[in-house]
Design a protein around this ligand. Structure first.
Ligand code: GTP
Ligand code: SPV
Ligand code: MN
Length: 648
């Protein structure tokens, strides 16, 4: 029998509307209802009691007009694509197979870090206590009471007249013991179609839930501005009141006001990193902002490497790299997130919890990332890229890929002429959302339920000055310090303006689910779990010369750096000790066949002035931002670096 609707005055008229809708849906009997609302797709009996009560509570909160239980089928996806075309959210890209272009409201184009909060009873569980008078920069805390009222203010009735989609998804292969399940409730068909690419979504997951599996609760609404005026009906959102909330205690995420990327595809940063890191802390593993790649050397020896670079700093590119060094083969396991734990032999193993790539479009080309170009031209949703008059896409970096006679329409929908328009054709944070399985170099073990064995961990960022191409950490503790001391230029992936060099420890600053000091302790504790820890490296593809140009060609040439790292793992004597760590001995980086002329002295130089300032900046950051939460081991490492740099 249908549940009884709460007959408050507010909902009564809605309910009459719903009843009329029920009659107009011949397929929906009154027996397939949730809270008196017709289920227009899917079947109630597919929902476990726990899922059902989560859904019902949020129907009461959001008052949608219809409910759609997603099964992940082609048929369902086809219906959603049709609906989105009718609403003007997407247009087909006829040059390719099953590819679509979405244009967002220009006010909704990236993650909003300033509006992202973690909710715990005590603030100190979420962020270290900054020094008096200093604003914390390691995440935002919200009190439970404030989270509750923020939700109430924004989400009450937010789906009136809309469909609530129930999206069951798995982060990681459904069969893997390392995977976790989520349920996203959303009023955005774009989110549903994207979640189908980015996660394992649908029937299989519902079945697992029926067997009693736990799930992370993910509630999402694109919202409606407070004055009721939706500026762009094809992309409703509420930028003024956007908020992204996480309550680790209840494995709960609530996101309101944005349809974009990490704000709305809740499996990604919200679940796999923020909530994921809190689960990982409890369960003794690591949830990290890292790519995973497999690399086979010319002797046929294969190893796996994980690498943490901040947003828009080269993870996708490295994960799919075409090595310029002959005899090397790179295969891709994942391009953004790694869940890693030590197995019973003390071997660190990683899975990619995602099922697709949500990659930065600008800069992707046949010369920089040919593998991505072979991946993305079927079954892909492009967002905020430019389009061409022959039904294709365009972005900065694709100049050589389009014929001269096509007309270009920019990401906002205006005519765009190269050289004439000063603004870019594609938004700098425009993205492709594409199935990982289509990648021609996807690793044969990418869905291995046990994960792949990790031999090395790389940290890196955009460092225009002072930081050498590559160095090896002295040991695990020093490696954890290197991660903690990471800095990088801001990019378009979030709302930061300009190219200011920001601290971004572990490339996780926007993604920590709990106090960074405790996170460091957790990393340090890995030494107790294994006698076979991966070695840790720092890389920098982005150092610039006095002419302002990159000193290193990057992309496929980064294979030369991986080659040096693999030789180190084989204990080759190719490193020399320096104050910052082990650098390549001169002539030990293989430069055979390198076409560009590279100024190796500048690329590897360690200017004393720079490093003195760097140490001071790290010292200031730790003391202002982490304070008493900084583990002693890390202050000892800092003191050690200070001493070595002073002696330079
Ligand atoms: P998120 O998806 O935001 O986490 O970004 P990401 O870390 O995957 O970055 P991605 O690989 O998409 O690269 C971002 C930008 O950096 C692109 O415009 C790339 O062209 C550029 N880039 C990547 N690798 C290199 C490199 O080795 N050298 C240079 N100069 N640029 C690079
Ligand atoms: C990032 O910003 O690190 C991304 C894109 O990978 S988003 O999904 O928007 O977080
Ligand atoms: Mn990312």
């Amino acid at each position: 029998m249908p549940d009884i609707v709460n007959k408050t005055e507010n909902t009564y008229s809605n309910e009459i509307g719903r009843f009329a809708k029920n009659l107009s849906h011949p397929n929906v009997g009154l027996f397939n209802q949730l809270r008196g609302i017709s289920v227009v797709h899917g079947n109630l009996k597919d929902l476990s009691p726990k899922v059902r009560s989560y859904v019902e509570a949020n129907i009461d909160l959001c008052t949608p007009e219809r409910v759609h239980i997603c099964d992940g089928s082609d048929n369902e996806n086809g219906q959603l694509l049709k609906l989105m075309q009718q609403q003007g959210t997407i247009t087909p890209l006829l040059k390719y197979e099953n590819c679509w272009l979405a244009r967002t409201n220009p006010a909704d184009t990236a993650r909003v870090e300033s509006k992202t909060f973690i909710c715990t009873e005590n603030k100190s569980e979420t962020i270290p206590t900054p020094k008096d008078g200093v604003k914390g920069a390691l995440g935002n805390w919200i009190a439970p009471r404030d989270m509750d009222s923020a939700i109430k203010e924004r989400l009450m009735g937010c789906m009136t007249g809309r469909t609530m989609y129930i999206v069951p998804f798995s982060m990681g292969p459904v069969a893997s013991p390392l995977s976790k399940i989520g349920i996203e409730l959303t009023d955005s068909p774009y989110v549903v179609a994207s979640m189908r690419i980015m996660t394992r979504m649908g029937k299989e997951v519902l079945e697992k839930l029926l067997q009693g599996a736990e799930f992370v609760k993910c509630l999402h609404s694109v919202g409606t501005p407070a004055n009721g005026f939706v500026e762009m009906p094809s992309w409703p959102c509420d930028p003024e009141r956007t908020i992204i909330l996480h309550r680790p205690k209840d494995n709960e995420i609530v996101s309101y006001g944005s349809g974009y990327g990490g704000n709305s595809l809740l499996g990604k940063k919200c679940f796999a990193l923020r909530i994921g890191s809190t689960i990982a802390k409890r369960e003794g593993w690591l949830a990290e902002h890292m790519l995973i790649l497999g690399i086979t050397n010319p002797q046929g020896k294969k190893r796996y490497i994980a690498a943490a670079f901040p947003s828009a700093c080269g993870k996708t590119n490295l994960a799919m790299m075409t090595p310029s060094l002959p005899g090397y083969k790179v295969e891709c396991v994942g391009d953004d997130i790694a869940w890693m734990r030590f197995d019973s032999n003390g071997q660190l193993r990683a899975i990619n919890p995602e099922n697709g790539f949500f990659g930065v479009a600008p800069g992707t080309s046949n010369s920089s990332n040919p593998i991505a170009m072979k991946t993305i031209f079927k079954n892909t949703v492009f967002t905020n890229v430019a389009s061409t008059s022959d039904g294709g896409v365009f972005w900065e970096g694709m100049e050589d890929e389009v014929s001269g006679d096509v007309r270009i329409t920019d990401w906002r929908g205006n005519q765009w002429v190269k050289g004439k328009n000063s603004s870019p054709a594609a938004h700098p944070n425009s993205r492709f959302c594409t199935p990982a399985g289509q990648c021609p170099i996807i690793d044969p073990a990418w869905e291995d339920p046990e994960g792949v064995p990790i031999s090395a961990i790389l940290f890196g960022g955009r460092r225009p000055a002072g930081v050498p191409l590559v160095y090896e950490a002295r040991n695990w503790k020093h490696g954890v310090f290197v991660g903690a001391a990471m800095r990088s230029e801001a990019t378009a992936a979030a709302e930061h303006k300009g190219k200011v060099v920001m601290h971004d420890p572990f490339a996780m600053r926007p993604f920590f689910g709990y106090n960074f000091g405790d996170y460091l302790r957790h990393w340090l504790s890995m030494e107790e779990r294994s006698s076979n820890l991966p070695r840790i490296y720092h890389v920098n593809w982005f150092r610039k010369g006095s002419d302002g140009k990159f000193l290193w060609p990057g992309y496929g040439e980064n294979s030369r750096v991986l080659d040096w790292i693999l030789r180190r793992l084989d204990n080759e004597d190719c490193a020399q000790e320096t104050p910052v760590g082990y650098l390549p001995k001169s002539n030990s980086l293989n430069l055979d066949g390198l076409k560009e002329k590279v100024d190796l002295n500048e690329l590897f130089s360690l200017p004393k002035d720079f490093w003195s300032e760097e140490v001071s900046a790290i010292e200031k950051y730790f003391s202002e931002q982490v304070g008493k939460d900084l583990p002693n081991e890390i202050s000892d490492e800092l003191a050690g670096l200070r001493k070595r740099v002073n002696a330079m």
